[in-house]
Ligand binder design. Structure first.
Ligand code: SF4
Ligand code: FES
Length: 704
């Protein structure tokens, strides 16, 4: 279809609107209510443009193009129409830009400067809207609201959690919360980005800096395996804010609240900032420069005294791929086979039949090819909020989503069938009568509650047998953001880098803890939360002869049992990379500089490698070798058969209990985010209130 914009000819698709084509070819049209991911309401009238042959200017966001249409985005008619709309929009706006956090990045400010007038005919008092404290994450100045309804449509269409609504009409129209307690969903802060004025703002960032003073560096989410792209904003070497970095393949334009506010955890009070060594039962500080020698001497001494088989090496699935690469390299070359990253698991009979790494089995954009998606052991809403946006869109588009989980947590998309796995139905839930799969391809997505189950092998075998019988594929969602690297790079007792078999099989994490080894080396792990059984771990730490902790935080257990504490960088202070659940390796650079006594994680591992004459790498050399050793591996192929899993546990003996994680409490950084902790408290209050009101209803019914 041939159309003319400003007298230039363009080819347009049949159902394209004027604004869509103009955005595609780079012609600017001002807008407030329009957003490419939201439905079109055409309420603000800011996008009015001159269409040849039509008496009045037309909204570009809702006017479809037709053959031979001629549009002018800069004619006098367009300019007057846009100026008039601007004047109406500013009638009640307080024009308080100097004290507004949105100043400098405000769509209203920019558009009024470009398309508005410098005076108003409106001489009456402006209306004022009283503010409410709606969330620990979002501050409101509702007098600034221009009623574009983007925030409302986000809740209705994208997150599927209706938290804000438009109340009343005319002069009394206002945005307000649906539930009195406020806004607390896992994606709520996306409304801050959507708001084109300063009505909804980032509360923890409030008055911290002006936007033009910020430096922006792109990072990758360390909080889930989706790998959302994030722009961190830095002021005086401190992260003050995080916003989404658009990536249409991964997080589109969205970010979970966890990804947005998790960075607060790097400024926690218990950050490890000194290298400490235990002398006469007390931790004393040692010199920064001699630290690598001291750690290396300690490791050599342990190997000599207790033998390699009595040393256990454990690394977090949240560590970077570069750290994973060096960690396995050092300890495998030193002859240690007890290496693992799966610290929250206890049943490992599945491990020989497991794919080379856990993977979703397809790209996120390709999920749409599946007509049936069966979730097992995962609550997407709380554990992978950004993924829930995609599943919501798929569920609306006729994909049948099923959920089988150990708890009753709600999802924010419609489920075709939902079942809580209990002792009575564990063997029965994989039953064709629970599904209507006749309409196309099927994908199982196995979540972290399965991997943390003491009988995960039985469950995996059962799913594998069933999926083979219905010709379905299997994909995974992992507990940590980079468990993929743990598998792929060989931080396992039974596999080498790239999936090869080692000469000797070592102990898995559970065996290491249970068998009370002489010495343990922990990398980036929090003993209080990152292990299958905290009591067992404490017992093992108590009986061991030496405990070495590479850590970003000093927790009470670390303080009590550590023989040496090496303070290491978090994701924000180092070069690194994560392999997301699609198999995409995304790298990042340091966002801020660490304080002077903190060691860069990969660099200290490299020092140990060097001291043992086992190699010496730059970050680029690590990445080069890492990419070389993984080249040609097809780890994104969906798994279809794991039925040869060796499982000693029959399904009847499967231990069923609620393995769900507390909302927002996923990793050691998120746990320390004060804003997210407040949201968590708010959610608990809402849940308690719901329980009380449900029991009130019950009592009323009983009385009746
Ligand atoms: S609060 Fe912001 S996003 Fe919501 S309607 Fe008002 S201006 Fe639009
Ligand atoms: S952007 Fe078109 S009417 Fe609001």
């Amino acid at each position: 279809m041939k159309v003319f914009i400003n007298d230039k000819e363009y080819n347009a698709n049949p159902d394209e609107t004027i604004i869509e084509l103009c955005d595609k070819v780079g012609i600017h049209i001002p807008r407030f209510c329009y957003h490419k991911h939201l439905s079109v309401v055409a309420s603000c009238r800011m996008c009015l443009v001159d269409v040849e042959g039509v008496k009045y200017a037309q909204p570009a966001c809702s006017t479809p193009l037709r053959d031979e249409m001629r549009v002018s985005t800069g004619s006098e008619k367009t300019k007057i129409a846009q100026k008039n709309s601007m004047e109406f929009l500013l009638i009640n706006h307080p024009l308080d830009c100097p004290i507004c956090d949105q100043g400098g990045e405000c769509e209203l400010q920019d558009i009024s400067l470009e398309h508005g007038d410098d005076h108003s005919q409106y001489m009456q008092f402006k209306r004022v809207v009283v503010d409410k404290d709606i969330s620990p994450l979002i501050s409101t100045d509702m007098t600034r609201c221009i009623h574009c309804s983007r925030c409302v449509r986000f809740g209705e269409e994208i997150s599927n959690v209706k938290e804000l609504g438009l109340l009343n009409r005319g002069e009394d129209m206002k945005i307000d919360v649906f539930i009195e307690e406020g806004v607390s969903s896992e994606l709520s802060a996306n409304m801050i980005d959507l708001c084109p004025v300063g009505a909804l703002n980032n509360k923890p960032y409030r008055y911290k800096a002006r936007t033009w003073d910020l430096k922006q560096i792109c990072g990758i989410s360390p909080h889930d395996c989706i790998g959302s792209n994030i722009n961190y904003h830095i002021y005086n070497n401190k992260i003050v804010r995080a916003v989404p970095s658009e990536n249409s393949e991964i997080n589109q334009t969205w970010l979970s609240d966890r990804d947005r506010f998790g960075y607060e955890g790097i400024y926690a009070k218990d950050r490890a900032e000194k290298t400490l060594i235990k002398v006469d039962g007390k931790l004393v500080e040692i010199d920064f420069d001699s630290m690598s020698h001291q750690v290396n001497d300690l490791i050599s001494k342990n190997i000599k005294e207790y033998g390699q088989e009595n040393i256990g090496c454990l690394i977090s699935g949240q560590s970077t791929s570069e750290e994973h690469f060096l960690f396995q390299k050092i300890f495998k070359k030193l002859g240690i086979t007890n290496i693992d990253h799966r610290t929250k698991e206890s049943d490992f009979s599945y491990q020989d039949s497991y794919p080379i790494m856990p993977s979703l089995g397809c790209n996120l954009n390709d999920l749409k090819k599946y007509k049936n998606i069966i979730l097992v052991g995962v609550n997407v809403k709380t554990e992978y909020p950004v993924l829930s946006i995609r599943l919501n869109a798929l569920a609306k588009n006729n994909t049948k989503v099923y959920s089988f989980n150990f708890n009753s947590l709600e999802e924010n998309f419609s489920l075709h069938h939902k079942q809580i796995i209990t002792h009575d139905n564990i063997d029965l839930f994989l039953n064709t009568s629970n599904f209507s799969l006749e309409n196309g391809e099927t994908l199982f997505i196995i979540g972290p509650s399965v991997s943390r189950s003491p009988n995960q092998s039985s469950i995996l075998r059962k799913i594998s047998e069933f999926s083979s019988s219905i010709d379905a594929n299997i994909g995974f969602l992992t507990e940590f953001c980079n468990s993929t690297s743990g598998w792929l790079l060989g931080n396992l007792p039974h596999r080498e880098l790239g999936g090869g078999k080692p000469r000797q099989i070592g102990k898995n994490s559970y065996e290491m803890i249970k068998s009370h080894l002489s010495s343990y080396i922990f990398y980036n792990l929090e003993p209080e939360f990152d292990f299958f059984n905290k009591q067992d771990l404490e017992h093992a730490l108590d009986t061991s002869k030496c405990n070495i902790f590479f850590t970003s935080y000093i927790t009470p257990i670390i303080e009590k049992y550590a023989d040496i504490i090496i303070p290491i960088t978090t994701f924000a202070e180092t070069d690194g990379g994560y392999i997301n659940i699609e198999g995409t390796y995304q790298t990042f650079q340091p966002i801020v500089q660490p304080s002077k006594n903190i060691h860069v994680g990969w660099s200290i591992l490299n020092d140990i490698l060097k001291l043992n004459n086992l190699g010496d790498y730059s970050i680029d050399e690590i990445r080069g070798e890492l990419a070389e050793s993984l080249d040609g591996l097809n780890f994104s192929t969906p798994v279809s058969d794991m039925s040869d899993i060796n499982s000693n546990n029959d399904m009847e003996n499967v231990i069923v209990h609620d393995l769900s994680r507390e909302t927002n409490e996923t990793d050691l950084i998120v746990r320390r985010s004060e804003s997210l902790r407040q949201v968590s408290l708010m959610n608990k209050k809402i849940n308690n209130k719901n329980i009380i009101s449900q029991s009130d209803n019950l009592q009323t019914n009983v009385t009746k």
